[in-house]
Ligand binder design. Structure first.
Ligand code: GLN
Length: 297
């Protein structure tokens, strides 16, 4: 019966019996009790404290949502990404740890690139552009790590932009957001373009596990590469000479994405592995102006 008092330890056992991972059960219980994710030690220290009937009822509701496959981040309303606490809901994809690979790579290429000289700088230009920003995760992580960069981000979904902008405001990060579908709305040029676009094939069975997230952020045509093809074909027009395009993609798409990049004229085409050792991102650089070009040789 819902009104029977139970202790914290017992509530966690019930959640694990219902099929939840221990960590998820702990985080849901902390959320129920209005405590931060960092308070897991508190749960251990208070494992014989009783939940009030209202707390127990609320916990059981959240448990049912999680057991039905809803991502934990939608239930708690937030997700940590690159040490930033982002607010997320069903309007955006939940930021994945895999995507930290993209951020790290972008920071590495940007750290060795010289700033654009003010003479070459157009009013629409920025340093780095995040295409399909969703919750804003990648753009905000870059801006947080490098306050000197002009970070721009766009999304085709007005809903996603609202989530991203709210995150930027809350975290006081001056990313400039705008609406648009890939590069069609982009006016400026950048030193780097980064993107975690949709890349799952329409027939991929993984989609059955992702029914709570926006399909437009996940699915991209018969081979999952429709959006990546479009981005690779047009990104060069919005990159300075020697600028990098870095893309996240599916676990089995690295070779195809490298081929697309090479065909589009990118140089230094290469991939990076995620935390699970999977080639998760690929990228390439536009041709650099060399001395030969400048002297007209
Ligand atoms: N990596 C995500 C997943 O498979 C998909 C993200 C995406 O399509 N951009 O869950």
């Amino acid at each position: 019966m819902l009104t029977t008092p139970i202790a914290i330890a017992q509530a966690l056992m019930c959640a694990i019996d219902a099929g939840l991972e221990r960590l998820d059960a702990q985080l849901l219980l902390l959320h129920t009790l209005g405590k931060p994710d960092t308070a897991r030690a508190w749960l251990l220290a208070h494992d014989s404290d009783a939940l009030t009937p209202a707390e127990r009822q609320r916990f059981e509701q959240l448990l049912r949502r999680r057991a039905a496959g809803e991502p934990l981040a939608y239930i708690t309303g937030h997700k940590e990404f690159f040490s930033l606490d982002l607010e997320v809901d069903a309007r955006v994809l939940v930021p994945r740890p895999d995507t930290e690979t993209l951020v790290e790579w972008a920071l590495a290429v940007l750290s060795v690139m010289a700033p654009i000289s003010p003479i070459d700088l157009g009013c629409d230009d920025g340093d780095v552009l995040d295409l399909g920003t969703g919750s804003g995760a990648v753009a905000l992580a870059l801006q947080h790590a490098r306050s000197d960069l002009r970070v721009h981000a766009l999304d085709a979904s007005a809903d996603a932009l609202q989530v991203a902008q709210a995150n930027a405001q809350r975290l006081r990060l001056p990313v400039k957001f705008f609406a648009g579908s890939w590069l069609t709305a982009v006016r400026g040029r950048y030193r780097a373009i980064v993107t975690n676009p949709p890349y799952i094939a329409t027939s991929d069975l993984h989609l059955l596990d992702l029914v709570h997230e926006p399909m437009q952020a996940l699915v991209s045509g018969a081979d999952g590469l429709d959006d990546i093809r479009e981005i690779v074909n047009y990104a060069g027009l919005h990159l300075h000479a020697g600028g990098w395009l870095l893309l996240e993609h599916g676990y089995d798409q690295a070779t195809s994405v490298r081929n697309l990049l090479s065909q589009a004229g990118f140089e230094k085409v290469q991939s990076r592995r995620d935390l699970s050792g999977i080639e998760r991102c690929s990228g390439g650089r536009t041709k650099q102006c060399d001395a030969g070009t400048k002297t007209g040789r």
